[in-house]
Design a protein around this ligand. Structure first.
Ligand code: HEM
Ligand code: HEM
Length: 183
C-alpha cells in the first residue's frame, strides 16, 4: 500500500537533515575510536551539536517534530507495548509511544557522551580518571545497543503497518491516515 496511497508531509526538512547528520556524526565518532582520536573529538562534538539543535527543534519545530506531540506517559506507553504483544497496536502518523522513548534515549545517550568526553578532555581534575573513561566507553557501547534496537523497531513497525519508514525519513512523507490510525 505504501507506493500507491496518497501521502502527507510528516517529517519537516529540519527533522530529516538533523537525523542524517546525527547518523553521519555518530558513525564518524565511532569509527575514529579505531585510531584517529584527534578527529574523534570533532565528530563527537558535531553529534552533540546536532542533539542540541534537535532539542530546540522539539519545542519550535512543526507538528510531528515536537516532543509534546509524541512523548506519552508510562501508562499510555505500557498499554501500547501490550497491544504490540497482542499484535493489535494502532498505526501512529508521528512516532509511536515506544519509538518516542527510543528517540529520547538516543538523544540523551549522545548528549551524555558529549558531556563525558568534554569533561575528560577539558578539565585537569578529570584527566586520566579511569571511572570517567569507563563511563564514556560504556555509553559508547550502550549507544550502539540502542541503535540496534532502533533499527529493529523501524524494520518491525514498517512491516507491521506495511509502510516504508526509512523512505519517510528521507522524503518526509507517509501514507495518509486510515481509519483507526492515531496521530
Ligand atoms: C547512528 C545511528 C542512528 C541514530 C543515533 C538515530 C537516531 C534517531 C532519532 C533521534 C530519531 C528521531 C527523529 C526525530 O524525531 O528527530 C530517529 C528516527 C528514525 N530513524 Fe534513526 N538513527 C540512527 C540510524 C538510523 C538508520 C541507519 C536508519 C535507517 C536505516 C534510521 C531510520 C530512522 C527512521 C525511519 C526514523 C523514524 C521512526 C519513526 O517513524 O517513528 N535511523 N532516529
Ligand atoms: C557520539 C559521540 C561519541 C561517541 C559515540 C564516543 C565513543 C567513544 C568510544 C567507544 C571510545 C573508546 C573507549 C575506550 O575503549 O576506552 C571513546 C574514547 C574517547 N573519547 Fe569519545 N565518543 C563520543 C564523543 C566524544 C567527545 C565529544 C569527546 C571529547 C571532546 C570524546 C573524547 C574521547 C577520548 C579522549 C577518548 C579516549 C579515552 C581514552 O584515553 O581511553 N568523545 N569514545
Amino acid at each position: 500500500m505504501d507506493s500507491q496511497a496518497p501521502r502527507i508531509r510528516v517529517w519537516d526538512a529540519a527533522v530529516r537533515c538533523l537525523h542524517w547528520l546525527l547518523v553521519a556524526s555518530v558513525a564518524a565518532a565511532w569509527l575514529t575510536t579505531l585510531g584517529w582520536l584527534h578527529w574523534h573529538e570533532a565528530a563527537g562534538y558535531a553529534a552533540a551539536a546536532v542533539v542540541a539543535l534537535r532539542l530546540a527543534w522539539g519545542f519550535a519545530g512543526s507538528r510531528y517534530a515536537r516532543f509534546a506531540q509524541f512523548l506519552r506517559g508510562p501508562t499510555a506507553t505500557a498499554s501500547y507495548a501490550a497491544r504490540v504483544l497482542e499484535r493489535r497496536e494502532p498505526r501512529y502518523i508521528g512516532h509511536n509511544p515506544l519509538g518516542a522513548w527510543m528517540v529520547l534515549a538516543l538523544l540523551a545517550c549522545v548528549a551524555a557522551l558529549g558531556l563525558t568526553g568534554w569533561l575528560y578532555t577539558r578539565f585537569d581534575m578529570f584527566w586520566g580518571e579511569a571511572w570517567l573513561d569507563q563511563l564514556h566507553a560504556f555509553l559508547g557501547w550502550l549507544l550502539l545497543a540502542l541503535i540496534g534496537l532502533h533499527l529493529a523497531g523501524v524494520a518491525f513497525t514498517s512491516g507491521r503497518h506495511d509502510e516504508n519508514l526509512v523512505r519517510a525519513m528521507v522524503d518526509g512523507d507517509k501514507p495518509a491516515p486510515r481509519p483507526g490510525d492515531l496521530s
